[in-house]
Design a protein around this ligand. Structure first.
Ligand code: PLP
Length: 400
């Protein structure tokens, strides 16, 4: 039978729940830091599925590990011990300041677990304290509770009534946090660098001051490292840049470079879950954990956090020179390979579209902000080729 070309965009508009606007491109294949569309056009990928593909696309060793695990044991109940889950948990405990691990399937789920853990801790150890103080412009996921923890009203307003017990203060403001803590507060929940909020980097000293506040008030510090973790910011975990150790940390995205996996980690003193408190059918299955183990081992052994720091410095330098020469560039910010360019006008959608035309994927995280999140192992040539495209687009927009 002759193959009939399918109009995938038309199909999507008919059958798919309309939860977000898509770029007008159907991606069918990826390799390293490049992806190809259905017409065979290549793109340099500076977005990586929102900081997910830490090892780039279609990494051969990862694909082989996943295939091997799929042929060996993919899923069994968490009522049994499984090897990849425990190997990955051991690796995370060895390389972080946390003591215990629970696996989920996504960042939101890891954060749900973190919130439940903090509330249980507050119930047991702090007279029933249940409130969580979080940051405006913070982002923690799209489940009802994590969207409530997030600091953007438009994501949550349509879903009221929302779960109680969340208070929001401006990010990077220690006094505001101090003012929001009450006897009911069990935790402060923050991203070390706000991702979806626009790659907002707090002042040096902010997180260590928050840590001190938590110690003074007997409040847990939950760091959401779903986007910043796993090497992205130039250290294995971004808290290492700050000197502030979290009591609870969450991971997802880059941990398994594209295989759905999240992790909730806690220090022993607050790892208060008991059998029956929490669970997930898929969470921590051998397939996802084998992928996570392969990816985290490669990130650590390949010193990819250091490479991300070096590449990040290079991107920073190039952004700086763009700012010097192009009026459209108002500034830049970021850590490691989590970077943003601030624009002097709200033209991020135009920048994204023009880059796409020229074969580069970037993200317009805000109307006036372009975010780049390349793979941690991106070759320097690909990084420079992508930056050249971005610069040429910004130059065109500066002339207009
Ligand atoms: N937390 C942070 C900091 C994130 O950036 C995201 C996603 O962008 C999430 C949580 C939610 O993760 P997921 O989409 O895997 O549920």
């Amino acid at each position: 039978m002759a193959e009939v070309a399918t109009d995938w965009r038309e199909l999507e508009s008919r059958v798919f729940m309309q939860t977000g606007k898509r770029q007008p491109v159907v991606l069918v294949r990826g390799e390293g830091s490049r992806v190809w569309d259905e017409d065979g056009k290549p793109y340099i990928d500076f977005f990586g599925g929102t900081a997910v593909t830490s090892l780039g696309h279609s990494d051969v060793a990862l694909a082989e590990a996943v295939a091997d695990q799929a042929k060996t044991l993919m899923a069994v109940s968490n009522l049994f011990y499984t090897v990849p889950q425990l190997q990955l948990a051991e690796l995370l405990v060895e390389y972080s300041c946390l003591d215990r691990v629970y696996f989920s399937n996504s960042g939101a789920e890891a954060n749900e677990g973190a919130i439940k853990l903090a509330r249980k801790w507050g119930g047991l150890k702090k007279n029933g304290a249940f409130e969580i103080v979080a940051a405006l412009d913070g982002f923690h996921g799209r489940t009802l509770t994590t969207v409530t923890a997030s600091g953007t009203d438009k994501y949550k307003d349509p879903f009221a009534p929302l779960p109680p017990g969340f208070v929001h203060v401006p990010y990077n403001d220690v006094d505001a946090l101090a003012g929001a803590i009450t006897a009911q507060t069990c935790a402060i929940m923050l991203e070390p660098v706000q991702g979806e909020g626009g790659v907002n980097v707090p002042d040096d000293g902010y997180l260590s001051a928050v840590r001190q506040l938590c110690d003074e008030h007997n409040v847990l510090l939950i760091l959401d490292e779903v986007q910043t973790g796993c090497g992205r910011c130039g250290k294995l975990f971004a808290y290492e840049l700050t000197g502030a150790e979290p009591d609870i940390m969450t991971l997802a995205k880059g941990i398994a470079s594209g295989v759905p996996l999240g992790a909730l980690l806690a220090k022993e003193h607050c790892a208060v879950f008991e059998p029956g408190d929490h669970g997930s059918t898929y969470g921590g299955n051998p397939l996802a954990c084998r992928a996570g183990y392969e990816v985290m081992r490669r990130i650590i052994e390949g010193r990819l956090p250091t490479k991300a720091a070096d590449d990040g410095a290079h991107v920073e330098q190039r952004f700086h020179s763009m700012q010097d020469r192009l009026e459209i560039v108002a500034g830049h910010r970021g850590k490691g390979l989590m970077r943003a360019l601030a624009l002097s006008r709200e033209v991020a959608p135009d920048v994204v579209a023009k880059c796409l035309e020229k074969g580069l994927i970037v993200n317009g995280v805000r109307p006036d902000t372009i975010r780049v999140l390349p793979a941690l192992n991106i070759p320097r040539e690909d990084l420079d080729d992508g930056l050249d495209i971005l610069e040429s687009v910004l130059a065109e927009l500066s002339d207009e």
